[in-house]
Design a protein around this ligand. Structure first.
Ligand SMILES: Cc1cc2nc3c(=O)[nH]c(=O)nc-3n(C[C@H](O)[C@H](O)[C@H](O)COP(=O)(O)OP(=O)(O)OC[C@H]3O[C@@H](n4cnc5c(N)ncnc54)[C@H](O)[C@@H]3O)c2cc1C
Length: 419
């Protein structure tokens, strides 16, 4: 089949990999001048199977109210005249019950675990390197109250068979010696030893290069303006005023997916949720993180990527806005300096914002669209890097009509988000 993929982020490129592997003629188009120029550009680098959880969780509505007056709020909601934003928020709140959280987490974990196997196989098969590490994620708690809450969450991890352990402050420092200076300021940690790290942009570039050598056509700097439907099926895409015919079209256009597909009558609840990151070069490796830490208080992840530290987090519901707000940048900078003082050259800090394509319950849309020949791979929110390989492989099996390795029904469209 001739398959055209819209979007050369980590999701589009991994989709291309599995579709090419299955023998299809694949091309990718992206509006940006480079691969991984959207949300996949400078994310936190966590490939976090163990941490795969929806943001829509019990207690979040109350916490969101508290964060409105916090100096370093991890979540911000700006007023909007867009009714879709308010619908999305209403649906997100409906997913904050214990039962829905558990169900959504189970679905996310299933795809994340599948992704873990797929990424490991891809690495073995291709030998790709991307400042990757396989040394786990450590979630840090600064108060006993937060530590106690994590004990409750660790029960969920036990029932879902996710390897994890609760650590004392000293055990945290044993894993991350750079934290020695703040051992008395910690209440403990939750370790997910199976988690990995890696630079998503490096990975996506390296994979895209391989795909090009393998005959995948990559068209950058050209936006798809319309997905063309004739009768009951999609026949191709309009790009720069020209029609590109295809037997199947995969839309992996991140947060733009919803807007692009609205003219076809698809009303996907995928919104841009803005996040921030900062990258700094390491000057003292002994003081730097070994792997990924998640500071639970600030909800900021700090990751070692080769000779750099990357810190990222914050969720801002502000529409498709890429501006760097100084106060948010300060939060990210503060966490690096607080956890790992002296480890990095803070004068060389580079800030970035990205727009996560997010569904109200955190579960992505992977599979058929309800229109023949049109497929979706989007809505991975905070965990697109973590779920990329599994989503690409699952989609390739769906397109080929194969029996899928995991149950694909939770990711199918249409589906209710507020039942
Ligand atoms: C601050 C931050 C930290 C994060 N940290 C992590 C993390 O640690 N671990 C993790 O797993 N995930 C993380 N994420 C989430 C992850 O980065 C995203 O889920 C993932 O990058 C989404 O990939 P994507 O390919 O769907 O979207 P994108 O990377 O945004 O790619 C979509 C592409 O589609 C293109 N496009 C859009 N419209 C069109 C059009 N009309 N025509 C042609 N091309 C088009 C865009 O140019 C873009 O390149 C983080 C995100 C942010 C913002």
């Amino acid at each position: 089949m001739r398959i055209l993929i819209i979007g050369a982020g980590v999701i589009g490129v991994t989709s291309a990999h599995y579709l090419r592997q299955a023998g299809h003629e694949v091309s990718i188009i992206d509006a940006a001048p480079a691969v991984a120029d959207g949300a996949s550009h400078a994310n936190a680098g966590q490939i976090s199977w163990g941490y795969a959880s929806p943001w829509a969780a019990p207690g979040i509505p109350l916490k969101a109210l508290h964060w409105m007056v916090s100096a370093h709020p991890p979540l911000l909601i700006h007023g909007s005249t867009d009714w879709r934003q308010w619908r999305w928020l209403r649906w997100m709140l409906r997913n904050c019950t214990a039962a829905r959280y558990r169900r959504n987490k189970t679905w996310m974990l299933s795809l994340a675990r599948y992704s873990q196997q797929a990424l490991a196989a891809l690495r073995t098969e291709t030998g790709l390197r991307y400042d990757d590490g396989q040394r786990g994620t450590l979630q840090l708690f600064r108060t006993q109250k937060a530590m106690d809450a994590s004990t409750a969450d660790s029960h969920v991890l036990t029932t879902l068979n996710v390897p994890h352990s609760l650590l004392t402050p000293r055990e945290c420092v044993a894993r991350e010696p750079g934290l020695a200076h703040m051992v008395d300021g910690l209440a403990g940690g939750l370790l997910m030893p199976g988690d990995e790290t890696g630079d998503c942009q490096l990975f996506t570039h390296a994979l895209a290069n391989r795909l090009q050598q393998d005959g995948v056509a990559l068209h950058l700097g050209t936006a798809a303006t319309q997905v063309v439907q004739a009768g009951d099926r999609v026949t191709g895409v309009m790009v720069g005023g020209r029609f590109h015919a295809a037997d199947a079209v995969v839309v992996a256009a991140g947060h733009e997916t919803a807007r692009l597909l609205r003219p076809l009558g698809l009303d996907l609840p995928v919104l841009p949720v803005k996040g921030y990151s900062a990258t700094v070069p390491i000057v003292d490796a002994e003081r730097a993180p070994v792997s990924t830490l998640l500071d639970d208080h600030y909800k900021i992840a700090v990751t070692r990527l080769g000779d750099r530290i990357r810190a990222a987090g914050i969720a801002e519901l502000a529409g498709p806005d890429h501006r760097l707000t100084p106060a948010r940048c300060d939060t990210v900078r503060h966490v690096i300096a607080d956890l790992f003082p002296g480890a990095a050259d803070m004068a060389a800090i580079q800030f970035w914002t990205g727009l996560r394509p997010m569904t109200p319950n955190g579960v992505p849309l992977v599979g058929e669209s309800g229109i023949k020949g049109l497929y979706l791979n989007t809505g991975h929110g905070t965990l697109g890097w973590t779920m990329a390989c599994g989503s690409g492989r699952l989609l390739a099996d769906i397109i080929d009509g194969h029996v899928t390795d995991i149950d694909a029904s939770p990711y199918a469209w249409p589906r209710p988000f507020a039942e």
